[in-house]
Write a protein that binds this ligand. Structure first.
Ligand code: UT7
Length: 336
């Protein structure tokens, strides 16, 4: 029997109904459709409305969609890992809540926190449970309700982010399909360039933390942009070289959707045309841990068994990395 790899055997997603477009944002802060489209590339983003609804609401809907599509009994899921930086609460974990709400009653569950790279880190962790034979069916969710930590009076951040969750199913494969390799990095020297300062143990919520705006995302845009452009491209090219992959060998780059200019720069360094990049930032914005599985969901019908994909991201932490996936099924069977 060949080596066991973790194959992605299905994708599900949930997008909230409410759509925040650039015209509405232009009435909230001093910005314009022209600025947002030329500097970032976003037209619309989905926003979760409703009291008491958090990331687990979206995550559980994404998992239910995934298990219905793949015709898998939730009781057969062994493990649920949720990547998020906007958990419903400090504890219990959002993964735990998602498993419960989606009927995965026999699964153990937990969260992984790596901001925009959360899905890469969670997918890598999940793949080890499959490769070692510990688990047979693992669900990896990427979900963030970014609107819960965005200051909608700050034009530097409020145009960028959206809310969503998406999930993949991992199962064992012995023909080399699935997660072939991962290169992951973290470096907290960049921590304060993109972070939410308060609400944890260092600065618990207080009238001062609220007054100071420390419960909102703070981003030094240009610092993050420069690091993202170089690190995302470096790690993606390193992955290509490690596996002797040319641009022709790659079906799609699956890039984190933070800024169209970062995606273009990464693709350029890899020698890929725009047609070989999964892009949906225009519709959904930056949904942090959800961007990569949301791309897979969006492009699923165009994927074919054996397609080589490079998933690549850079984000808060700093964190960055790339995963080489050999796609395991023809996606045309699913009509969306
Ligand atoms: O997902 C996690 C990782 N995050 C990223 O990868 C994000 C990386 N950073 C970026 O994508 C970009 O830096 C931003 C999109 C955040 C900002 O774009 P930028 O081209 O770097 O703009 P900037 O911050 O250098 O600002 C340029 C100008 C400034 O005005 P002045 O000082 O030149 O007069 C800003 O005040 O644009 C202004 N500006 C805006 N103008 C209209 C900033 N935000 C806006 C806005 N509308 N929404």
């Amino acid at each position: 029997m060949g080596k066991i790899t973790a194959a992605i055997t299905g994708v599900g997603a949930y997008l909230p109904d409410y759509i925040l477009d650039n015209d509405e944002l232009s009435r909230m802060v001093d910005t314009s459709d022209e600025w947002i489209m030329s500097r970032i590339g976003i037209k619309t983003r989905h926003i979760l409305k409703g009291d008491g609804l958090g990331t687990s609401y979206m995550g559980s809907k994404a998992v239910i969609d995934l298990l219905e599509k793949t015709n898998v009994d939730p009781a057969d899921i062994d493990l649920v890992i949720c990547a998020t930086v906007t958990p419903d609460m400090m504890f219990p974990s959002t993964g735990n809540l998602i498993a419960y709400k989606s009927g995965c009653r026999n699964a153990f569950a937990y969260d992984v926190s790596a901001a925009c790279c959360g899905f890469l880190f969670a997918l890598t962790t999940a793949s080890k449970f499959i490769e070692t034979g510990t688990c047979k069916k693992v669900v990896v969710v990427g979900g963030d309700k970014m609107s819960s930590i965005i200051d909608y009076t700050d034009r530097n951040t409020c145009c960028i982010f959206g809310d969503a969750a998406a999930a993949v199913l991992l199962e064992p494969d012995t023909e080399g399909y699935g997660i072939n390799d991962a290169i992951l990095h973290s470096d907290a020297s960049g921590a304060e360039a993109l972070y939410m300062k308060a609400g944890g143990s260092a600065y618990p919520a207080s009238p001062e933390t609220v007054a100071n705006g420390w419960h909102y995302v703070h981003q030094e845009g240009q610092t993050v942009f420069k690091a993202a452009v170089s690190k995302m491209a470096d790690v993606s090219v390193e992955m290509m070289e490690r596996h002797h992959l040319t641009a022709d060998d790659i079906r799609y780059l699956v890039p984190h959707q933070a800024n169209l200019r970062i995606i273009d720069a990464t693709a350029h360094r890899m020698g890929l045309s725009r047609e070989k990049c999964m892009i949906n930032i225009d519709k959904f914005g930056n949904t942090t841990a959800a961007t990569l599985p949301l791309c897979l969901w969006d492009y699923e019908s165009r994927l074919k068994k054996g397609d080589n994909l490079i998933l690549s991201a850079f984000g808060g932490g700093f964190t960055w990395g790339a995963i080489y996936v050999k796609w395991a099924y023809d996606g045309g069977d699913f009509s969306k």
